[in-house]
Write a protein that binds this ligand. Structure first.
Ligand SMILES: Cc1ncc(COP(=O)(O)O)c(C=O)c1O
Length: 381
């Protein structure tokens, strides 16, 4: 039988595994009734285990809402934060701060590179910041940052550490307590492999104490104090949660815990290495420096003469969707997401389509080279 469903290999939403889709297609329970209340609780407990979180809020919304929620609940208008950015999504944190009247000092670097720990430390030593934001993996540049080391700095200079985990959570370790992270903001459509629509914030007692000190905050829907009683007891009502999405996320969390966190993270590492070995075999190099390559996505430079839309259209014709690039990389690179509930089969299908697309566009590569190199890398374990 012919499978006409495209394989969606963009950096989110990622392919949704059958058990997750089936969980989502169950009947819609009343949001404060028995069976759903247990599912919501089970989901939150599982997430706390994944993140080592003291508190967890999961509600309807996109990842950007979680970014806004973290600042609204912990930083006052007029206070200063340090934003470390490696691309479009790091920059977004500065824009969120601006919208809330919070002053942001922005630390950036050339695309594909990492802001050094020395630079971050120099800024933290020079000024007292209410908070520091860092993107774990910037989905525009493919740069993976160093949350563990930055967590040590945040602790040393006593600033609240907010990590954007959107393109990393459930694919790369984010143990809050071990790394000294105070808040993780994230969402469900990337390495969790759930359809989009949920915003998630994991936080510790320090962050909650900050919320207590704030008094009133300038939002109703985003106020943690309105949501925390619901997270403790989902049979209470504040605003209607997306029932079926939470059922899907709970299934995803169960899959993650059954796989085991260490196995899941090493599978992602192996997938990332295999994808990159495959691309390198046909002359496609990442825009990202070697020591910042992420297990969850690759941003590959186009070989000379390849047109972005022609390439991606060919890929679609062969059944695989990849993403174009953002910001200054637009038209010069393409992005492949490789996270969530996928394995070498999806990598092979993607790489074989990359090979076919390049050949169709007249780029002289050796057919099979990328697939072969990926399989060899995968078998190294
Ligand atoms: C690293 C990162 N942060 C934040 C966001 C924003 O998430 P959303 O599009 O769900 O609002 C994205 C989206 O891709 C992202 O990749």
């Amino acid at each position: 039988m012919i499978n006409n469903k495209p394989l969606v290999m963009i950096p989110g939403p990622t392919p949704v595994a059958d058990p997750i889709r089936q969980a989502m297609s169950q009947q819609t329970f009343g949001h404060t009734y028995g069976e759903f209340v247990s599912i919501y609780k089970e989901c939150l407990t599982g997430l706390k285990t994944i993140f080592q979180a003291d508190h967890m809020i999961v509600i309807g919304g996109a990842g950007t809402l979680s970014m806004e929620m973290a600042l609204i609940n912990t930083v006052r208008a007029g206070e200063e934060i340090l934003v470390v950015t490696h691309g479009v999504f790091g920059d977004r944190y500065a824009q969120v701060a601006k919208a809330l009247g919070i002053k942001a000092d922005v630390l950036s670097c050339p695309v594909g590179q990492k802001v050094s720990l020395e630079t971050i430390e120099a800024h933290l030593a020079g000024k007292k910041y209410a908070a520091l934001t860092l993107t774990h993996v910037d989905t525009s540049s493919g740069v993976m940052s160093q949350p563990k080391e930055v967590g040590e700095l945040a602790k040393k200079y006593n600033t609240l550490f907010i990590l954007d985990g959107v393109c990393a959570s459930a694919g790369i370790p984010e143990p809050m307590k071990d790394y000294g992270i105070d808040i993780i903001v994230t969402t469900c459509q990337k390495a969790f492999g759930t359809p989009p629509g949920l915003t998630m914030v994991a936080f510790n007692e320090k962050a909650l104490n900050r919320r207590e000190e704030m008094g009133n905050v300038p939002s109703y829907y985003c106020d943690w104090k309105n949501w925390l009683p619901i997270m403790e007891n989902p049979s209470l009502y504040f605003a209607t949660p997306p029932v079926n999405l939470i059922m899907a996320l709970n299934e995803s969390v169960k899959i993650i815990l059954a796989e085991g966190l260490e196995s899941r993270y090493s599978r992602h590492d192996r997938i990332g290495r295999s994808m990159r070995a495959g691309l390198a075999a046909i002359g496609i190099e990442p825009v990202t420096v070697k020591d910042a390559l992420a297990p969850t996505l690759t941003v590959g430079k186009y070989p000379n003469g390849v047109d972005d839309s022609a390439f991606r259209l060919k890929m679609e014709e062969y059944g695989v969707v990849v993403a174009g690039s953002l910001g200054e990389l637009k038209g010069k690179a393409f992005r492949i997401g490789h996270m969530g509930n996928i394995c070498i089969t999806e990598i092979i299908k993607t790489l074989s389509s990359v090979e076919r697309a390049l050949l169709a566009l007249g780029i002289p590569i050796t057919a099979g080279a990328a697939v072969g190199a990926a399989c060899i890398e995968w078998d190294k374990k």
